[in-house]
Design a protein around this ligand. Structure first.
Ligand SMILES: NC(=O)c1ccc[n+]([C@@H]2O[C@H](COP(=O)([O-])OP(=O)(O)OC[C@H]3O[C@@H](n4cnc5c(N)ncnc54)[C@H](O)[C@@H]3O)[C@@H](O)[C@H]2O)c1
Length: 442
């Protein structure tokens, strides 16, 4: 488990993350100095133990101390002068206001900056703590101010969030789901990537803010999954259904359930199933006096995504709006509860001239509940439909891309400079909002 070129590393903060990182980086052959404010924690490491319980950690740390690859100090300057790379692993707790407390991060960066002022060689500072997007940029400012030195010439700040779980931290360190390294320059990201060369996990090198944000996306998803399973459990129990049997089979679906499907920021959901099924379970939960606050808010969140699309179109100030896609997803003519219908309805209500192209919809052929839905919402729908994509490109001032139907491929290369595009689905994943192109949530 040794890394290819041993590095000289200081670790700031010997809590859970710091101790696990320090021990494992030493075990990989690097020389590691822990820097910690609490003297008892420094003494614990230097006497060959760790200041916390984590299965297997004390034994591994003792071996590293014995072999002189791991030591600790309270002296920041000594830690920095003896190393080339620093990991910042201090706490980032909540303030009473619920905002993140970054005071320990700022204090460490200031200390590191003062010490770097005395160095002749370049130093790389890795933020391992969980920090909000933009924090690493702030760390650059603090270090530059305290050191009088410049980034990237004299030092770099890199983001490398930690994904371990207490209780299984050693196993998680050796087998993480992935390693994420964010930096302003790829060569700095690679310096950190190389420290994990011996770890068999996908390595993602990205920019600072993406790396910082990924950690939050992961933790918010974990929290959401726990509450989802518990809310399914609560409704199951009230119905005398075995929730574990339900969730075991649920988890066997790796096509739609445990998969990237439905996990791309885009437009609202709709169609003949999801909205009505949510309503049915909510009504049932009320009858059974079962609180499902997370599921209860889903339709509202979905409604707000439609509202955002409406506001984005209205903000363009354009009159003639061309919509590409009208059904709730490509390759169907099902209009029931399509969020595109809601968008068209709102725009018409605001006096906009709307034209719609959807290759799969022929209004004369709509029948049954599908016909009834659209007649109730937009009775003159056939007057809004046009027969070709060319007509939309020709006549609209603002084009709304509603799905990824193959007919719309290359559309972004065909729009004129005077036209505004609002993309609800990110038809081209390389495009970000700029110059007449607006992604709904990117
Ligand atoms: N604990 C986890 O399972 C876990 C997992 C992933 C990420 N994280 C994140 O990692 C960060 C650290 O978490 P933790 O649980 O290890 O925290 P912790 O509170 O256990 O340890 C932080 C340590 O930093 C020390 N410290 C504070 N200011 C210092 C300074 N100026 N100089 C030197 N040392 C200083 C503290 O004394 C403490 O020992 C947090 O941002 C947390 O959100 C934690």
């Amino acid at each position: 488990m040794t890394s290819s070129t041993p590095a000289r590393i200081s670790i700031f903060g010997l809590g859970y993350v710091g101790c696990v990182s320090a021990t494992n980086l030493a075990a990989a052959g690097n020389t590691v100095i822990g820097v910690e404010l609490v003297p008892e924690k420094v003494d614990a490491i230097n006497s060959g133990s760790v200041p916390l319980f984590e299965p297997g950690l004390a034994e591994l740390a003792a071996l590293q101390v014995e072999e002189k690859r791991l030591s600790a100090t309270a002296d920041t300057t000594a830690g920095i002068l003896a190393t080339d790379i620093s990991f910042v692993c201090v706490g980032t707790p909540s303030l009473p206001s619920e905002k993140i407390d970054l005071s320990a991060i700022e204090a460490v960066c200031r200390d590191i900056g003062k010490a770097i002022a005395q160095k002749e060689t370049r130093h790389v500072v890795i933020i391992r703590s969980t920090v909000l997007p933009g924090t690493c940029d702030r760390c650059v400012e603090v270090i530059a101010e305290a050191s009088g030195k410049s980034c990237p010439e004299d030092f770099a700040v890199v983001s490398n969030p930690e994904f371990l779980r207490e209780g299984t931290a050693l196993k998680d360190y050796e087998h993480p789901p992935f390693t994420v390294v964010g930096a302003s320059r790829p060569e700095d990201a690679q310096i950190v990537g190389d420290l994990y060369a011996h770890i068999d996990a996908p390595l993602f090198l990205t920019d600072l803010r993406t790396a910082e944000t990924i950690k939050y996306a992961c933790n918010l998803f974990h929290a959401t999954k726990v509450c989802f399973a518990n809310e399914i459990g609560r409704i199951c129990k009230s119905l005398e259904v075995d929730s574990h049997a339900v969730m075991e089979i649920f988890c066997a679906d790796d096509k739609l359930n445990l998969s990237p499907y439905y996990l791309k920021p885009g437009y609202a959901f709709g169609g003949s199933c999801l909205p009505k099924d949510l309503r049915a379970i909510m009504a049932l939960s009320r009858e059974h006096h079962v609180a499902l606050p997370m599921l209860e808010r889903i339709l509202e969140s979905n409604r707000q995504q439609v509202e955002l699309a409406i506001k984005t179109v209205l903000a363009t100030g354009k009159q003639k709006i061309g919509m590409l896609g009208f059904s709730f997803k490509p390759d169907t003519d099902d209009l029931r509860e399509s969020p595109h219908v809601a968008l068209a309805e709102a725009l018409i209500g605001r006096g906009k001239k709307v034209m719609i192209f959807d290759p799969h919809i022929q209004t004369s052929r709509l029948m049954g509940s599908n016909r009834k839905f659209i007649d109730e919402k937009i009775s003159h729908v056939s007057e809004l439909m046009v027969g070709s994509l060319d007509e939309v490109i020709e006549s609209s001032e603002c084009i709304v891309i509603g799905n990824k139907d193959a007919h719309y491929e290359g559309i972004l290369d065909r729009v004129r400079e005077d036209q505004i595009v609002i993309d609800l689905v990110r038809i081209d994943k390389e495009r970000t909002s700029a110059d007449g192109y607006h992604g709904l949530s990117w």
